[in-house]
Design a protein around this ligand. Sequence first.
Ligand SMILES: [Zn+2]
Length: 369
Amino acid sequence: MARSLRNGDFDLVLAIQSPSSPERWYRVLLDRSRTLTGETLLSCDCVGWLQDARNAAARRALAAGHSDTGLRVPRGCKHTDVATTLLGTASGGAMPRYRTDHPYVGATRTRWAPLRDFVPEDGWGIQEARITVSAEPYHLVLLQATGTTGITATAAIAFAAGHPATLGSRAAPVADWGGYTIAASFCRQAGVPLVGEPPLHFAETLPGRGAPRRAPLQPGTSTREILAIGDQRDLGDGLTPTQRAENTLRLFLGPQHALLEHQGFLDVSSGLYPGRVYRIRRDPHRRYEQRVRVFEQGIYVRDLCIVRAQSVPEADHYLTLFFGLVADEQRILSVVQRGNIFGAHSDGHQRETVPAMWQPRDGQINTAA
Ligand SMILES: [Zn+2]
């Protein structure tokens, strides 16, 4: 059962810190593919969930032959219990708003370039609470963002209160887990679910590190290693902002990042114009932004020139464009209209050999010819 979760359709509901190791985080995931059938299937990284400890007694009784209980308690752990409570409460309700100079908000905007454009400065909410998880005190942070289109997403990050922490030291994990949760939720709400498991651990995306799957989270891999706070460029992690941006892109695209590497572009189907596909290309040398090629009903018709803001790493620009065309296509197009629309092959004669297939979004009616 645990293994099959890998290819599910997931939301990260809660990231919760281990009380014994501050660098260890458990992810509680909601399998969306099961919610359609009315089931709530939550999974966790912890040993209790993986070994299905709650059902161990029932299993032993069954094996010993003096039990007829085919009846099983649903698989769960103390962390999925917290997540169930969170899902049951109105975490979608409005929260006190915070400006972008709050460390949590600032760090999240730094880490996740697409959220800088998509969430207005007054679109961030934070709520913090003391909670108890199996007698262990926790500091719960709820980070909420409301996008330019009015949609809202909330992330939950729980810090074990036994570890020394400050507002500043909590900012990096809030930014990592919270930003991922929010950006992924916005894509889902726009009808483009990112299929695949949320990152096992943020540091696993560092080049040259083996990525353990479903193994216990590796201690000693700090989220700070890949996070730039504010304008601080040297974080002592040996990474440049460009490398960090690449990590964020790889993290967010998941399996699609390999596809991008392989074919040099990703397609985004329009949510506004059935039949239209945006082909977002990437400079193999990662120096210059390339024009977006637009296909209508499978035919390559024009280019859109969307210029990168100064000093933004190319990978951040790519992610912002990808995310923008998914989550707020209207705004991206309005920017382009002020800028440049060109004929096909305006920035190169590279031929298109891969068909651009328009896919309706979740909930979108297929009216393409
Ligand atoms: Zn657990």
